[in-house]
Design a protein around this ligand. Structure first.
Ligand SMILES: O=P(O)(O)O[C@@H]1[C@@H](OP(=O)(O)O)[C@H](OP(=O)(O)O)[C@H](O)[C@H](OP(=O)(O)O)[C@H]1OP(=O)(O)O
Ligand SMILES: Nc1ncnc2c1ncn2[C@@H]1O[C@H](COP(=O)(O)OP(=O)(O)OP(=O)(O)O)[C@@H](O)[C@H]1O
Ligand SMILES: [Zn+2]
Length: 500
C-alpha cells in the first residue's frame, strides 16, 4: 500500500490525543485498506513537547529494557513501542484485547537510505520530511466498528465506546510523605480534576475542563456491577477525554481530542442527539449504559488492567529515587530534604542493587502505560443463533435484552452455530419447562431466562481492544514526580480554602 499525496483524500480525520493523530481509510481501489487506521505522531509544539518521545531509545532505556530482546533490537522508538505492546503489554492484558498494528516502513526506510547514502546532510532533509510526514503506524482495523473484521457478517450498525479509565486504585506506598498522605484517600483522577479546572479558569480561553467530573475510577474497577454502571453514567455526564461514543465508526459523543470541552449548550444538544440515535437502533440510553457496564463486569477486562496498573508499588515518591540510581545522577529530591528520618528511608532506596532499581522503574513505566491507555468496546447486533454458539451471553433483566461477549474468539473468526451447542440449548430449554411446571408455574421459570428464547430479542456481540499502549519514555520520570507534587499540593490548598 502506498500512502501519498494522491491517496491522502481517502484518509479521513478520526481523532487525536496529545501525541498522535488518527486517520481512517474510507476508500482504496482494491477495498483492502478500508477501515484501517493510520496513527501519525504529531509535530511537537510547546503544549505537546512533554508528550513528544524523540526518535530513538536512550542508552538508559536500552539498559532497563535489555531483557526484552525485541525492544532492544528495535531501530526506533516506534518499533520499540510496538515490541513493548506485543511482548510486555499483551502478556499482562491478554493478547486477545491487543492489536499492536504494523509499522509503516516508508519514512524509516527513507531515513536509513538517506543516512547511509548521503550522510549528515540527509538528516537535515529527513528532519523537514519528518515535520510534514512524521511516523506512520497502521493499525490493522478500526476498533470502533465491527464491519471491517474479515469473515464477520456485515451488520446493521455498530456502536462503540471509548473509555480512558485512568488510575483505578489508591496508592499505599510507605514512601509517600506524611504531608502527601491525602493521596491514600483521594484518587489521583479527582485531585487532577481540580488542577485542570483551575488551569481553565486562569487561562480563561481555552477552557481545559468545564466542570469537575463526578467519575470515580475506583467504581469502574470495583468489580461490582452497580458501581461499574455508576462510573459509566458519570463518564457520560462529564466525558472530557475519558469517554466517547462512535456510531458506525463516526464519533457521535465526546470530544475529538486536543483538550477542549464543549460549551454546556453544545454538550446538552449532543446528549440529546446521542439518546435519539441510540433509540433509533432499538436501544434505550439506559440499556446501552447497562450493556457497557455488564460487558465490563462479565469480561473481567478491568481486572487485568487494574493488576497491571498496580505494578506501581512504590508510587512515584519511591520510584523517582530509583530513577536517579539508573541514570547515575545525584538525587535532587534527597538533596533538598532536611528531615533525617525521611532521608534515611530514601537512602535505603538509593542503596538497592541496580537490577532491582531497574525492575521497579520498568514496572513503574508499564503501570504508567496502563494508567493512560484507553479501552475501545464495540458492539454489533447479532442473531441469537450466532451468539449462543460462540459467545458468552449476558442478560439484562431490566430491558429483557440479551448481549453477547466476544471473548473466546480471535478477531476474524467466523461465527457459525454448532450442532452441539444447539443440542445443549434444547436440553436446557426442556429442563427449564419441566422445572417451571414442577414449580407450579405455567411456562415462566424463576431464573429470568425466558427472554433467551424470545424472537423479538436484540442481541449484541462485542469486542474489546486496548488502544494507546505506547511505551512511556524513561526521562519522563522527573515530570511524573513534579506533576504528582503539583496535583497534590493544589488539591490540599483547595481543601484548606474550603475548610475556612
Ligand atoms: O499524566 P496524566 O495523568 O495527565 O496523563 C497524560 C494525559 O493526560 P490526561 O490527564 O489523561 O488528560 C494525556 O492525555 P491528553 O493529552 O490530556 O488527552 C496524554 O495521554 C499523556 O500521555 P503522552 O504524553 O501522550 O504519552 C499522559 O501522560 P502520562 O502520565 O500517561 O505519561
Ligand atoms: N485502532 C483504532 N481504532 C479506532 N480509533 C482509534 C484507534 N486508535 C486510536 N483511535 C482514535 O484516535 C484517538 C487518538 O489516538 P491515541 O489515543 O492513540 O492518541 P495519543 O496522542 O497517544 O493520546 P493521548 O493524548 O491520550 O496519549 C483515540 O482517542 C481514538 O478515538
Ligand atoms: Zn533520593
Amino acid at each position: 500500500m502506498i500512502v501519498g499525496e494522491s491517496t491522502a483524500k481517502d484518509w479521513f480525520y478520526k481523532g487525536e490525543g496529545a501525541a498522535n493523530l488518527t486517520k481512517q481509510c474510507q476508500f482504496d481501489v482494491f477495498m483492502k485498506q478500508v477501515g484501517k487506521v493510520l496513527r501519525i505522531q504529531k509535530i511537537p509544539n510547546k503544549k505537546t513537547l512533554s508528550a513528544h518521545k524523540g526518535l530513538d531509545l536512550s542508552n538508559h532505556e536500552k539498559l532497563i529494557w535489555k531483557d526484552v530482546g525485541e525492544i532492544l533490537e528495535s531501530a526506533t522508538r516506534d518499533f520499540a513501542s510496538r515490541a513493548f505492546i506485543q511482548h510486555v503489554m499483551a502478556d499482562l492484558l491478554n493478547s486477545k484485547h491487543i492489536d499492536a498494528g504494523v509499522n509503516f516502513f516508508g519514512a524509516i526506510l527513507f531515513y536509513f537510505l538517506m543516512y547511509y547514502v548521503f550522510g549528515v546532510a540527509a538528516a537535515f532533509i529527513f528532519l523537514s520530511m519528518y515535520i510534514f510526514n512524521a511516523y506512520h503506524k497502521i493499525v490493522p482495523w478500526d476498533h470502533d466498528t465491527f464491519s471491517t473484521i474479515s469473515g464477520t457478517p456485515k451488520c446493521d450498525f455498530s456502536i462503540a465506546v471509548e473509555i480512558k479509565p485512568k488510575c483505578g486504585f489508591l496508592p499505599s506506598s510507605e514512601y509517600i510523605t506524611e504531608a502527601n498522605a491525602i493521596k491514600k484517600n483521594a484518587t489521583r483522577f479527582k485531585m487532577h480534576q481540580f488542577l485542570k479546572h483551575h488551569r481553565g479558569e486562569v487561562t480563561l480561553v481555552p477552557v481545559i475542563i468545564l466542570q469537575i467530573s463526578g467519575y470515580n475510577p475506583l467504581d469502574l474497577f470495583s468489580g461490582s456491577r452497580d458501581r461499574i454502571l455508576q462510573a459509566i453514567v458519570a463518564l457520560f455526564e462529564s466525558p472530557q477525554n475519558n469517554f466517547r461514543i462512535f456510531f458506525d465508526g463516526s464519533l457521535v459523543f465526546g470530544g475529538l481530542g486536543g483538550g477542549l470541552d464543549n460549551t454546556t449548550e453544545q454538550f446538552n444538544n449532543s446528549k440529546e442527539a446521542i439518546a435519539n440515535l441510540i433509540a433509533s437502533s432499538g436501544l434505550q440510553l439506559a440499556s446501552f449504559f447497562e450493556l457497557v457496564a455488564e460487558t465490563g463486569f462479565r469480561s473481567g477486562i478491568f481486572d487485568r488492567l487494574l493488576a497491571t496498573q498496580k505494578l506501581d508499588v512504590l508510587d512515584i515518591e519511591g520510584a523517582i529515587h530509583l530513577y536517579y540510581n539508573i541514570i547515575s545522577q545525584p538525587c535532587p529530591i534527597c538533596k533538598n530534604l532536611s528531615n533525617m528520618k525521611v532521608l534515611h528511608k530514601y537512602s535505603s532506596l538509593h542503596s538497592l542493587p541496580l537490577e532491582k532499581s531497574m525492575k521497579i522503574v520498568r514496572e513503574y513505566l508499564i503501570s504508567a502505560t496502563a494508567k493512560d491507555c484507553s479501552l475501545m468496546i464495540s458492539f454489533r447486533p447479532s442473531e441469537l443463533g450466532c451468539t449462543t454458539s460462540n459467545y458468552d451471553s449476558v442478560f439484562l433483566r431490566s430491558s429483557n435484552q440479551t448481549y453477547a461477549y466476544k471473548g473466546i474468539l480471535s478477531a476474524g473468526e467466523l461465527v457459525a452455530p454448532q450442532p452441539i451447542q444447539f443440542l445443549n440449548q434444547l436440553v436446557f430449554f426442556f429442563l427449564i419447562i419441566a422445572f417451571s411446571i414442577l414449580a407450579g408455574l405455567q411456562i415462566l421459570h424463576p431464573f429470568g431466562f425466558t427472554s433467551y428464547y424470545r424472537s423479538d430479542l436484540v442481541c449484541f456481540c462485542f469486542q474489546a481492544f486496548f488502544i494507546d499502549l505506547d511505551l512511556k519514555p524513561l526521562d519522563k520520570m522527573f515530570h511524573y514526580y513534579e506533576l504528582d507534587q503539583k496535583i497534590v499540593n493544589f488539591y490540599k490548598m483547595n481543601q484548606e480554602i474550603e475548610q475556612k
